[in-house]
Design a protein around this ligand. Structure first.
Ligand SMILES: Cc1cc2nc3c(=O)[nH]c(=O)nc-3n(C[C@H](O)[C@H](O)[C@H](O)COP(=O)(O)OP(=O)(O)OC[C@H]3O[C@@H](n4cnc5c(N)ncnc54)[C@H](O)[C@@H]3O)c2cc1C
Length: 396
């Protein structure tokens, strides 16, 4: 049985330091899932905040020491930082930047590391992920964007379309997957590239979502010229780069349990302020109390699932289905809480001003929460993985 890392005194002291740092300097977010800066001033503030986190060692602590990592760093520190960022409503480091940092650290040449890693630490380079395409999402290996090598193999011409590229509209760099050899097995013919987003031929078009915000984009690549120095890892070795990067995100999955606990508190607040036609609060009604109790049970179950998962991840002993179980549990519970919130709002005769602010948050979360059941592997894909890896079911 793994030790419960959460009660470690040193970890608690670390948590307190991180919490104070975020309270003093954190860049606050208004709404969950909204992270593209509204204007140049906010962009500067976010980049400054990311830099502050790296400077303080709260990000990048696990990098190799020559690139700024710290000897005293433990994997649990990353989890604590992520939990405290959520708790403090602070701007969270971009998943894409962390994934890119991992990919460059693991697969980059010395020159790439020298050029790219310090710029990530300085908040100078924000990255996006150019993976998904209109016909390649869950089945990413179906991607069709071509990076045609020159006859001498020293440069490539990239043509194709990417979609759902989060943050592409303000990213400096993109981690691109493109097909370099269509003649071999499809996973074997893909290469990862580092793409400066300002190159000629890169056209970024934000997509407006049902939340009213535009957090991700279509990216068209039309004859973009990339040199050998833009290849990350080996030519035709891109699949290894992606799969290794995605594994690096696992430790953060646990931080989401904090988010659910906060959402549940917001749900109770909503039920307290939403008034029925007879003047009673929704919270006074037994049916709502029962629904809230069921919701709390679910939140608590997710907390326990996630805690076990994190403990196994931190000691390197996780089961392959741990990540899918935690992701499915968190994202689907998030949707269930939003649906209950919508029912409470719909049944209310009136909600006071404080309650209206909470209701606004829930309406946003109702729309945004669905996205989490798709990004990073859709729920159906997670269920398939769990069925095969945990339950030993045959592939359909
Ligand atoms: C908020 C958000 C941010 C994102 N950010 C990025 C980003 O920065 N960069 C990037 O490259 N991509 C990004 N994506 C895209 C994301 O990776 C894809 O949406 C995801 O992989 C699903 O692919 P798809 O949308 O093409 O849907 P599809 O793969 O077409 O799936 C459609 C439906 O079919 C189901 N389905 C598909 N295959 C199976 C199967 N084998 N068994 C059962 N059901 C199946 C799916 O579960 C889903 O319900 C983002 C998506 C979201 C929602």
């Amino acid at each position: 049985m793994a030790a419960d890392v959460r009660v470690d005194v040193d970890v608690e002291a670390y948590r307190q330091r991180v919490r104070s740092f975020i309270a003093e300097r954190g860049h606050r977010m208004d709404q969950e899932g909204v992270r593209v800066p509204r204007d140049a001033a906010e962009e500067q503030a976010i980049r400054g905040w990311l830099r502050a986190l790296y400077d303080a060692g709260y990000l990048g602590g696990g990098w190799p020491p020559e690139w700024g990592g710290r000897a005293e760093h433990q994997p649990v520190h990353d989890l604590v930082v992520m939990e405290e960022l959520i708790r403090g409503d602070a701007y969270r480091p971009l998943d894409q930047v962390m994934l890119a940092a991992h990919a460059v650290t693991a697969f980059g040449t010395d020159k790439q590391k020298r050029e790219l890693l310090p710029r990530i630490r300085a908040g100078e380079h924000v990255w996006c992920q150019l993976f998904s395409e209109p016909e390649a999402g869950s089945d990413l290996a179906a991607l069709r964007t071509r990076a045609e090598p020159d006859p001498d193999g020293e440069a490539f011409t990239v043509t194709g379309q990417k979609i759902w590229s989060t943050d592409a509209q303000w990213s400096d760099m993109g981690l691109l997957l493109a097909r370099t050899d269509p003649s071999v097995e499809r996973h074997a013919g893909i290469t990862a590239f580092v793409v400066p987003m300002g190159l000629p031929g890169v056209d970024v078009r934000p997509i407006r979502e049902m939340t009213g915000h535009a957090e991700f984009c279509e990216v068209f690549l039309d004859g973009v010229r990339l040199g050998r120095e833009h290849v990350l890892g080996e030519v035709n070795g891109g699949w290894k780069v992606v799969t290794s990067g995605l594994a690096s995100e696992r430790a953060f999955v646990g931080a989401n349990a904090i988010q659910l606990e906060r959402l549940f508190q917001d749900l109770v607040l909503l039920a307290r302020t939403a008034r029925h036609p007879d003047g009673t609060a929704a919270l006074d009604h037994e049916d709502i109390q029962a629904r809230l109790a069921a919701a709390l049970t679910r939140v608590e179950e997710v907390r326990l699932i996630v805690r076990d998962t994190v403990e196994r991840i931190l000691v390197g002993g996780e089961h392959p289905s741990d990540g899918p179980v935690a992701k499915l549990a968190y994202t689907e519970t998030n949707v269930a809480l939003s649906e209950l919130a919508m029912e409470i709002i719909a049944s209310a005769e009136y909600i006071d001003d404080d309650g209206a602010r909470v209701a606004d948050r829930w309406q946003h979360n109702f729309l945004w929460g669905r996205a989490l059941t798709i990004s990073g592997g859709a729920s159906e894909i997670m269920r398939g993985l769990i069925g095969r890896q945990l339950l030993g079911l045959p592939r359909a």
